[in-house]
Design a protein around this ligand. Structure first.
Ligand code: SF4
Length: 318
């Protein structure tokens, strides 16, 4: 297999910008929105304290006081990105963006979609927060708009999900994917490399499992230790080692190699708020991380999908 020509980019993976340019013929940008949601894994509905790496602060906007309206958040995002993009996706990013009665969700999403040049939604949520009424609402939008559902998963391994206090298991994720698929919705899954107790094989098993599911996109980043989080404490007292840059780059390349060539790579790095960022220090230089992943793939003469194996129709995961 050679590098797919449909990517129409000079990268070794199918990045989101290229995907959108192919789909819409123009540059599209995501505008992050904080709609004031909370999270059931923080408020006691599922658990308290949240995932061990979650800082619980929400967006910078939220930290500065009352949230502006959806329309105002979109307008200021558009002003910032207008020179480089002509169409936009409203990205409901902060906390769990389906965690409200469906009528309230509809009002928020309708408001976003009514703004000029907004061609779709990307909604970040948890696998246990997608009731049938919410899925019905989202799939209704998908008839006219470009819709992504971003599902936090991080790992397919229940022992890890328990350790990081995700508050859901892998089966709940599979149930959510089953309920969402075949309805015109795009699914993007978030995973973390460098989770405590995970071997290289564990990470690859997560990637291969996702490769076999009806998932259209993925976001990958390294585990971060932020001050004020349980993970930050574990890092400070030396209980959890952080992944090295070399290891992260090599494992990310391994993961990309086993994903299908048409899966959209939405992110390969993350940092965190500078004032609480503890480790790993190298993750603060996103450009260097991206360059290093590219160089590693070049060194291997490899690219996304090179080791992707089309699996038989019926897959047994365990
Ligand atoms: S699900 Fe997301 S918002 Fe909720 S605790 Fe975990 S990381 Fe934080």
């Amino acid at each position: 297999m050679t590098k797919p020509s449909f990517w129409k980019n000079n990268k070794r993976y199918y990045d989101l910008k290229s995907y959108w340019r192919n789909l819409f013929g123009c540059n599209v940008h995501k505008l992050a929105i904080d709609a004031g949601f909370t999270c059931p894994n923080r408020d006691g509905h599922v658990a308290t304290g949240g995932c061990i790496y979650c800082d619980g602060r929400g967006s910078t906007l939220r930290q500065h006081g009352e949230l502006p309206s959806i329309a105002d958040q979109i307008a200021s995002g558009k002003k910032y990105y207008k020179p480089s993009a002509s169409k936009f996706i409203a990205y409901f990013q902060t906390f769990t963006n389906t965690y409200a009665p469906v009528a309230g969700l509809q009002a928020l999403y309708d408001d976003a979609l009514a703004q000029e040049d907004i061609i779709g939604l990307s909604t970040g949520t948890r696998p246990d927060c997608l009731g049938s009424d919410v899925i019905e609402l989202l799939s209704g939008y998908a008839k006219k708009h470009h819709i992504w559902i971003e599902l936090g998963l991080q790992s397919i391994h229940d022992k890890t999900l328990q350790l990081i206090n995700r508050g859901h298991n892998f089966q709940q994720f599979l149930d959510a994917v089953t309920a969402l698929s075949g309805r015109g919705l795009n699914i993007c899954v978030h995973i973390i490399i460098g989770l405590p107790g995970e071997s290289d094989e564990d990470v690859l098993k997560t990637a291969k499992t996702l490769a076999a599911l009806p998932i259209q996109g993925i976001k990958i980043h390294s585990l971060l230790a932020l001050d004020g989080t349980p993970m930050g404490e574990l890092y400070k007292n030396g209980s959890i080692p952080m992944i090295s840059k070399e290891k992260y780059v090599a494992l990310t390349a391994d993961v990309l190699e086993v994903l299908p060539p048409e899966m959209v790579i939405q992110r390969l790095t993350a940092d965190g708020y500078r004032d609480i960022f503890l480790a790993p220090v190298w993750a603060g230089n996103k450009l260097d991380v991206l360059n290093s992943i590219n160089k590693e793939l070049e060194r291997r003469d490899s690219y996304q999908g090179k080791n992707y194996l089309v699996v038989p129709e019926k897959v047994t995961f365990f």
